[in-house]
Design a protein. Sequence first.
Length: 358
Amino acid sequence: ESIQVKTASKQYPVLVGEKAIQELPELITHEFNHINKILIITDEKVAELHLQSVKQALIKAGKPVLQHIVPEGEHAKTFDVFYECQSYCLSQKLNRKSLIIALGGGAVGDLAGFVAATFMRGIPFMQVPTTLLAHDSAVGGKVAINHPLGKNMIGAFHQPEAVIYDLEFLQTLPLQELRSGFAEVIKHSLIADHDFYQWLKSNIVDLNDITDEQFMTMIKKGISIKAAIVEEDEKEMGIRAYLNFGHTLGHAVEGSMGYGNFTHGESILIGMIYALKLSIKKEGLDFNLEEFIEWVSQLGYRITIPDGLETAILLNLMKTDKKSVNEAATFVLLNQVGSPILMDIADSELIEEMIEMK
Ligand code: NAD
Ligand code: ZN
């Protein structure tokens, strides 16, 4: 059984489960039999751990399978790597009947998706996520690489043909990456579903000790929340911005720590605490922040703005974040758990709250 994502441009299935990858050949045979070849794009680490089992599963699809391995993490999302991918596609004579499979976390998904979006004006691709964070990034069709002047600044909207989420791949994920991804799970609960938030808070108390069933529950729920928002607002003209909860300060922290030194999720968790404090102050949000902070500290998150990050610099970064449409920084706040709003906030208040979080 699968989750269906229905956007204006495309409808596609998200399959979540142990051994979900085994469903891939059948999906290809049934719905993509016109495909002439398959190119797997993955990173060095994921290639070592999981490429073989994906290739093994793909044998049944009976199509030629190529592979192109890129560097890990943000190093994959560069113009150079993008160019190499395009060169590889051209040299191997891929065309619009070819399928790209993104095997990896959000970085590989963003890169491979952008390669697919631009090669010959767009060819089909599928996401095979291998991180918890990718429950977020693999759904929704935002694909991008980085520019030295800004993260994710060069990209496209290009929805995948399918997302195949095999939970077994998560077993090799380091704790720090699990923690990064879990922050997005928390985000999805806070912006959309109070019961889900309560469930997480009472069931997930040790990231080393999450059962398969719990992974299944939280990933399906997180994806459903994201899918519902993307279905209503594929191109981020309105409510899709709610998905940026915690990201305004989060991106500023992540960027000033230097990408790779501090994970995306750990940064946005700090951003979420900040947005929750602002929500309590500006919107009268009824929320037990102490309990939240206790819970996330126990999970190993940092709850303060890291030393050495200057308030003035963070403020500037928040205001140049592409999600701000005018002079003031636009924030996603909550007036209740599950009920987000957008609000412009004055510099003085932003600074005051940042000082409190040092
Ligand atoms: P990632 O792809 O860099 O993966 C993190 C690290 O984990 C890498 O070193 C990778 O090699 C390793 N890894 C991946 N799977 C593994 C596994 N199963 N076992 C062991 N190691 C594994 O990053 P991520 O955290 O998944 O995603 C972050 C990226 O996603 C950022 O570039 C961010 O901009 C992007 N993102 C995109 C969207 C979107 O909507 N497109 C949303 C959120 C984040
Ligand atoms: Zn995020």
